[in-house]
Design a protein around this ligand. Structure first.
Ligand SMILES: [Zn+2]
Length: 199
């Protein structure tokens, strides 16, 4: 089962980071955080059962770490797209390739708005064509992630996105491309197209 991830909000309700369930329960147990949203699941010890939280808020205001730079690279493109083929919806973890929606051969640029993760078989099938020319559907247009912080948070949102999105800026939710498909786990073959400018 996919491990529970918990969105941690600052005292000001701004999202800070994501932690695992155990860390969140320790923060609650020691009074350093309060529950904001719960899941319907329980974690049990021999004597106690705890409701697993989904969103918690720190009791003390934490100075935000300096803003990280959002790097344009294959790792972050895959993160934005949830390691999911944007054409067929298969999840291929790190073995996804990068596809230029409008091929470079037709003047397509290597920018956030023109690259998506694709499994090797979709990438090969599409070849040097646009999705329209290849008769393939791209359910959503790729866009630049809102920020490095939100790229990291959104990449871990998975099944909690419907709850977390209340606490995230609208732009951060829109820029996530990996959730448009059902999460079918299917190992795809492929070791990535040559993307020297991206690596
Ligand atoms: Zn595919």
């Amino acid at each position: 089962m996919e491990p529970h991830k918990v969105l941690v909000l600052n005292r000001s309700f701004e999202p800070l980071h994501v932690c695992d369930m155990r860390r969140a329960i320790i923060l609650l147990f020691t009074g350093r955080a309060e529950r904001v949203e719960d899941t319907a699941d329980l974690i049990r010890s021999p004597s106690v059962a705890w409701v697993i939280p989904c969103v918690i808020r720190l009791q003390r205001y934490i100075q935000r770490p300096p803003t990280q730079t959002l790097s344009f690279n294959k790792k972050n493109i895959l993160k934005r797209d949830g390691h999911t083929c944007q054409y067929c919806g298969r999840n291929g973890s790190e073995r996804m390739t990068i596809d230029h929606v409008v091929p470079r051969y037709l003047g397509g640029k290597t920018i956030w708005e023109n690259v998506v993760s694709a499994c090797r078989s979709c990438n090969t099938r599409k070849g040097n064509r646009t999705p329209q020319q290849a008769g393939m559907r791209l359910p959503r247009n790729p866009s630049r992630p809102f920020s490095a912080l939100y790229l990291t948070i959104m990449a871990q949102s998975a099944r909690h996105l419907h709850v977390w999105q209340k606490y995230l800026p609208a732009g951060a939710v829109r820029s996530l491309a990996g959730n448009g498909h059902d999460k079918e786990v299917h190992p795809c073959n492929g070791d990535g197209q040559s993307l020297s400018r991206l690596s």
